[in-house]
Each structure stands twice: as C-alpha cells, then as structure tokens.
Design a protein around this ligand. Sequence first.
Ligand code: GDP
Ligand code: IMO
Ligand code: MG
Length: 429
Amino acid sequence: MKNVIVIGTQWGDEGKGKIVDWLSSEADVVVRFQGGHNAGHTLVIDGITYKLRLLPSGTVRKNKVSIIGNGVVVDPWALIDEIKEMKSKGVEINENNLILSEAANLILPYHKEMDEIREDSAGKAKIGTTRRGIGPAYEDKVGRRSIRVMDLTSESNLDSRLDAALIHHNALRKGLKKTIFKKDKLKKELLKIAPEILKFSQPVWKRLNEFKSKGKKILFEGAQGILLDVDHGTYPFVTSSNTVASAAATGSGFGSNGSNYILGITKAYTTRVGEGPFPTEQKNEIGNLLGSRGKEFGTVTSRKRRCGWFDGVLVRQTIKISGVNGIALTKLDVLDELDEIKMCIAYKLNGKQYDYLPAGAEDQFKIEPIYETFPGWKESTKGIRNMENLPNNAKKYIYAVEDFTEAKISSISTSPEREDTILVESPFA
Ligand code: GDP
Ligand code: IMO
Ligand code: MG
C-alpha cells in the first residue's frame, strides 16, 4: 500500500490545501513536515472557507489524525490561535486527533523581529518573506541553539536553552543597534502557555510507525513549493526549508523506503509572492486577468501574487528533482476566458537556448522564455467533475502539460470547492 506525499511544484499556492483536503477522505492520518505559518492553505467546503497555516488540511474532516512533524517550525501562539479559530468554526481539535512532535523547533518573538529587521534593512536584496520568523528559526535549529517543544517541560531546562539562544541573538541585536531581548519575560510567557502546547506533544516518529504497522493510510502535506526549496529553488529568493518530497521523511521520522506516491500540485499557470526571478511573469493585462479570475492574493499576508504563463521547463525540472509520480492540475477554470494560452517550453540567454533554469539568480532574472501557443476554449470549465465534459481545447492543453512535463495527470481541479475535482487516477490505489 502506498502513502501519498503532496508537494507544490511551483512557487507555492498551487492549491495544495484543496487537494489535501479532497484526498484526505481516503487517508487516516495527515502530516505536515516542513515550513511553518508562512504557509496558507485554503479549503472551501460547501461554501465555507477555512484557511490553515500550521494545522494539516485533514483537520477539518472528522475521524482523521493530524500531525505536525519535527521538521515544522512552530510559533506556539500562532498554533494556539489557529486551534481557537478552527474550533470556533465547529472543527473538533483535541489530544486524540492532533499530535505535535516533541522535537519541533519553536518560532519565538526574537525570530520574527529578526526577520523584520533584516527585510527592512535589505534594500534591493529583500526576499519579500512572510515576516513570520521562519528563516531565523531554521537558522537556530541548524545552529543547535533552538528551543524545541520538549524544552517547555522543565523550567531549568528552558532557562538554560534560552541562555544559549539569547547569547547569539543579543550579540546580533547589539550589532544592529536594537534593544536586548530579556529572558525572564519570555520564559514566563512560555511557561504560561506550555500546558496548552505540551498536551499535544508526542514522539511523532513512533506514532507514525505504529499507524504504518496497523495499515493506516498516511498523507503528507508539503508547504510552499519546490521553487522555494532552499537547495533547489531560486536561491536566495527561497524559504529556509527543503520543500521537496524527501523532506517528508526527515521532517516526520517516517523513513523513506520508496513506496510512496508523490503528487505534485501544479497550477495551470504560474504565480509567485515576494521578490525573485519569474521568467514567465506577465506585468500586463494577461497577468491582471489571471490575478483577478484566480483571486491571487496571499492567504497569509494578503499581498498581491505576481502572475504569468505556465512554465513547462520549470515544472518539468521540479518534477524530476522531487521524483513526482503524478500531477494534480489546479485552477484550470481561471484560463476559461483567454483567446490563447502560452506555455514556456525553453529559455534563451546570451544567444544560447536552455532546457532548464540555470542556478544563478543573475541569469534567472535575465533569461527569456520561448513559448508555444495553444488556442483557448472560451467556455466555462468551472465545477466540471468529469474529463469527458471538458472542452476539447482544454483537454489538448492538459495533455500538452502532461507530455511536456513527463508526469501523468492524476487529477484536475476546476473550482475552489472540495468536490469540483476530476479524478484521473487515485494516488492511493
Ligand atoms: P496552497 O498554499 O497551495 O494550499 O494554495 P492557497 O490556498 O494559498 O491558494 C490557492 C487558492 O486557489 C485558494 O484560494 C483556493 O481556494 C483556490 N483554488 C484551489 N483550486 C482551485 C481551482 O481549481 N479553481 C479556482 N478558481 N480556485 C482554486
Ligand atoms: P504555501 O504553503 C507562497 C515565500 C515568501 C517569500 C519566500 C520566503 O501557502 O504555498 P519565508 O517567510 O518563508 O521566509 O519567505 O517564500 N513563501 C510562500 N509563497 N506560498 C507559500 O506557502 C509561501 N511560504 C513562503 O513570499 O518569497
Ligand atoms: Mg498558500
């Protein structure tokens, strides 16, 4: 039996939340394994919208276990707020259906402040982060000075862990002429919320392996997208975690034995939030149309998303990097009104043609796309749930995406609603 790993194949916001929620009807357990509350995953169920940041997108369904793995960076206050918000919408969340890894690293107020200080002073080198403290928190994890969930269990331990973190942060803050961060107030605040966090804390690797031996179906929910991966993305305009499918193993302790189905969520066009290269960006009426029809505003920061044509070269590249088995193509309906639709099939730079995106940001900013043009279908696909009912030109475009990216289409999404999805081949089968 296969477990399924869902990841984004572009720059995030591909519609992972919708697909994870839809697929989780078949899963028993849904696991987040990287990122933090920089993610914003939107589900629309019978007209009600849920926006999830830290909680896995299976949370909304009854009788599913949601897991936040060790690879996730957790702002404890953000988690408490999100649980409250979901409860107010009638979603049940308790110690039996939510598990938080005891080894997850915490995002603390000095991380968020450092994120902001850096962004505000970076000038042209600004990344356009979500300002949630994601980067500084992952730096502390790798720097071995992080506070983890388990550190909340003992005051003396928390005290010495905070000392270790603040030696570093206060040296930086002094250099940047910022106020010194005081340990005692933060320690007190952390100890106050500790019971609310610790009640969910468990060894996730152990629980996951128990679920596995009972034959439970496990769905791993990636955040961000492969082009934001710290190794494989458009560095330095990336997030600070690995967003590729293999991060599911390190970020949860599940182990990787190759029997998973990797589902790459792929938008039928391209968007990006924040700074960085974007070869097929359309800063014109096409981009505006995609943005308004696709409601392309950030779930987390409400920023306007940059929009452009589908970049076949990039998606083929990320599919290879992550070993994607099948694509869930989303937001097809957004293209309904277009006379013609373009797909990037190669690049040119300094008189040379490229079939991949070179790794340097300088080249990535300059590179020019070469397009193939497809006729539009000029009729509504919104809400279509059956392949046969799609217009012929829409099918041709879908098959062109499949051919060019060399990955099978597993499903097609035609509206934000959970059930407005065409199943081609179930990843769990
Ligand atoms: P995620 O971060 O990958 O989960 O994606 P977001 O939730 O940030 O952004 C995707 C947006 O597109 C959300 O507003 C979804 O409700 C919406 N959406 C998802 N699938 C479709 C679709 O097939 N058609 C349309 N029109 N909207 C969709
Ligand atoms: P979901 O899971 C789109 C982008 C930010 C910025 C860069 C670094 O909803 O697809 P960070 O705060 O992570 O240090 O910001 O990454 N970014 C996202 N863009 N979707 C996301 O998540 C993102 N999470 C981070 O805009 O460019
Ligand atoms: Mg999002």
